[in-house]
Structure formats: C-alpha cells, structure tokens
Design a protein around this ligand. Structure first.
Ligand code: GLP
Length: 256
C-alpha cells in the first residue's frame, strides 16, 4: 500500500483488491472502535461488496461491534419495493445489516415505497439530525462522477431529495436488473450538503473504468458537472483506490 497526500486529501493506493477491501474495512473499523455509537452513512454498488465482507469477518473475529452504530443509507431507488432483490434495502441486509449485530432500530434507509417522496426526504434529514449528524460517510463513485445518486447538474443539490437518474446511470446499473427498462428512473439520495456535512468521508473506487473519473474528481475543476469534485472542499477525506482506479492520477501523485 502506498499513501499520498494531495492538499487535505489522503490517497491510499492498494496493491490489489484484497488489500483494498482490507484497507477500507480497517478504516471503518477504526472509526467505530473510536466512537462505538458513530452515525455512519453506508453506500451500495459493487465496490463496497468486498469491504462489507471484510467487516463481517472482523465482526466474527470479535474486532468490531455494531450494537450502538447508527446506520443511514446514502440512497435508494424510487419507487421500489423493499423486498425487490435489487433494492438497496435488500443489498444492505444481504451484505451487511443481517450479518452483524446492528440494532434494527438503528438502521435507516430511504423508503422506496413512500407515498410522498418529498416528505420522506425531509423526514430522513430530520432523522440524521436527531441521530447527531453523520460522523462518517462511506462513498463510491459512479462512472459519470456521481456520488450517492447526485447526478451531474448545473448546481450542487443540497439535502436528501428525489432525483431523476440519467441515462448513463440507468445503463450502468442495468447490469443488476433483467433489462434497462426495469431500472427505476428516479431515486431518493442524500444531497451534496448532507454528504459534505459528514465529519469524515471514505471515498472508494476500484477498476480501470473508474481511473479517468477519479482523476477528474480529485484534481479537475470543482464543478457540479462532476459531483464528486466537491470532495476537494472537504477537510477530512480518505481516498482508497486499487491500482487500476489510481492509474490516471498516480503519475501526478508520484511527482509531488
Ligand atoms: C450506484 C450508487 C452509488 C455508487 C455507484 C457506483 O449508482 N448509487 O452510490 O457509488 O453506483 O457503483 P459501483 O461500485 O457498482 O461501480
């Protein structure tokens, strides 16, 4: 593992996927061991799957305790039934929540079945506030630069909101569904303000397909056209990449 510093941002480049998963899981574990009742935002997607697997292993070996952790999911499709295997509710249950000792009362995820999505978003923000605000946010990146489901736009969206997914996201995420038609066209996502309010952010990316967007996000202009670029303004971000996702940014880091 190599560690680089770029302004406020710490960039950790792992040798392989196993090391990447371990590095991310250890960072989450450190946070929870330091503050057992941490308010943690969790992300979905392929990237964190192996990370959650490591967390489950760490839990089974008695090195981490989720009993007092308050979990808030980053996003959820809308509309979607909770029991749809592609809902983020199902994803989180499968990969993490049902595998460790969370108190079910501490698990929060936007309700994809809500009748009034706007009221659901306002309620979600209230819950985050009442829990004491996010201590730690786990984040991946979409190939178009989105974080959560904050799509490229003319402005940075604020709080949790209903969003229309763009074509790139629908086609990227169609791999989990039978067809692109089945991918919900809207979603409920924490906004950029919600994400940026987290005291610490773990920003993860793997694979060659993410190399260009990772570079753009971390050293390009700060613009809502690349939502992840806003992270350059956060004062406590740790970036964990595998070698492939780091390929484009690495030459710049090695010269610093
Ligand atoms: C989805 C999620 C994002 C995630 C992105 C990348 O669109 N809403 O939170 O970061 O996919 O996913 P993957 O890790 O599968 O590339």
């Amino acid at each position: 593992m190599m560690v680089y510093h770029m302004g406020n941002i710490v960039i950790n480049v792992s040798g392989d996927l196993n090391e990447f998963n371990t590095n991310c899981a250890m960072n989450i574990m450190e946070q929870i061991n330091k503050k057992p009742d941490s308010v943690v935002g969790f992300a979905t997607g392929s990237t964190p799957e192996g990370v959650y697997k490591k967390l489950v292993e760490l839990y089974r070996s008695g090195r981490i305790d989720f009993e007092h952790v308050k979990a808030f999911n980053l996003d959820e499709y809308y509309p979607i039934k909770r029991d749809n295997p592609q809902s983020y509710y199902s994803y989180m249950q499968k990969h993490l929540y049902s595998q460790v000792n969370f108190n079910p009362a501490n698990i929060n995820i936007q309700n994809g079945e809500a009748e009034d999505p706007r009221a659901e978003c306002a309620e979600y923000e209230k819950k985050i506030k009442m829990a004491g605000n996010l201590d730690y946010q786990v984040l991946g990146i979409g190939s178009n630069g989105h974080i959560g489901f904050n799509e490229p736009d003319d402005r940075f969206p604020g709080k949790t909101h209903l969003v229309a997914l763009n074509e790139k996201t629908i086609s990227d995420n169609s791999r989990f569904f039978n067809s692109a038609e089945e991918v919900p066209k809207t979603a409920l996502t924490m906004g950029i303000k919600t994400i940026m309010s987290a005291k610490k952010i773990l920003f993860m990316a793997t694979g060659a397909k993410k190399a260009a967007i990772v570079k753009e996000a971390l050293v390009g202009d700060i613009t809502p056209k690349v939502p992840a670029s806003v992270l350059q303004l956060h004062t406590n971000v740790i970036v964990v990449l595998d070698g492939e996702a780091a390929a484009d940014i690495l030459p710049l880091l090695e010269n610093t």
